[in-house]
Design a protein around this ligand. Structure first.
Ligand SMILES: [Zn+2]
Length: 259
């Protein structure tokens, strides 16, 4: 794999306190995005695509220059260079950019795809926005392959062998996953929304109360969500310099990785 990784943000939330961290990997099979952030269509039609609840709660900075597509174009790439998008989950702040890369195959856990398509609960009707996949992306659904383990998680499968791996970590949503990216220096682990604040991976963990409350309210399986955080804490401790774990929304982790 090329060493090059591009860390873009789909959007800034809450006046810079949070980001939507999109990673671009130059892999042996073209560009691979991990998550897609907020997309151009979301910025054009925020009320319809993102919903009033999210807009009021997150106060996102809706600037086209912050989208993954515009940042990749600024680096000289075209949308068609993105062959694969691996999503940690399909919440609106992770799936909004899918339509900016219509030719990409979208990799997701089957349980997450089912949850997003069926939107059974009120919470799911709010968090999943069908407008974001109205362009009918080519989804590739992945099942859990129990038994195989990798970095303390059950290995689902390599999206691009052996560089990009999808690891199930349900709890925040029914089919939430963590994505591991192999580099010469070790693994980058995009933890999606498995945690929100870098302090949650410290020992002992801590989290601003409002953020802790929000995560509990948004989770579909809170004990499992907390178990995932413990696995990530162990991974960070045991991995040393060879593993860098970061969440989708922590602005400090984002700044440190972007360098
Ligand atoms: Zn999120």
């Amino acid at each position: 794999m090329s060493e090059r990784l591009v860390h873009g943000t789909g959007s800034l939330f809450g006046r810079g306190r949070m980001v939507a961290h999109v990673v671009c990997v130059e892999s042996s099979d073209g560009l691979v995005l991990v998550d897609s952030g907020i997309g151009l269509a979301d910025i054009r039609e925020p009320q319809r695509r993102l919903g009033r609840g999210f807009l009021a709660a997150a106060a996102p900075v809706l600037d086209p220059a912050c989208t993954a597509i515009r940042q990749l174009e600024a680096l000289g790439y075209a949308a068609s260079d993105v062959r694969h998008i691996v999503v940690t989950h399909l919440d609106l702040d992770h799936a909004g950019g899918l339509g900016d890369f219509p030719a990409a195959t979208v990799h997701v856990l089957r349980a997450e795809h089912e949850a997003a398509m069926n939107r059974v609960t009120r919470n799911e009707r709010e968090r999943y926005r069908p407008e974001q996949w109205a362009h009918r992306p080519q989804f590739r659904l992945h099942d859990s392959a129990k038994g195989e383990r990798f970095l303390g998680f059950e290995l689902v499968r390599a999206i691009v062998e052996p560089e990009v791996l999808l690891l199930p970590a349900h709890g925040h949503t029914r089919g939430h996953a963590v994505v591991a990216i192999a580099t010469a220096a070790g693994h980058l682990v995009h933890a999606g929304d498995a945690y929100f604040s870098r302090h949650e991976l410290e020992t002992p963990p801590s989290c601003p109360p409002a953020l802790a409350l929000f995560q509990r309210a948004m989770s579909v399986d809170d004990p499992q969500r907390r178990h995932n955080q413990q696995r990530l804490r162990d991974l960070k401790r045991d991995g040393g310099d060879r593993v860098r774990v970061f969440s989708a929304h922590d602005a400090t982790e984002f700044a440190a990785l972007r360098g």
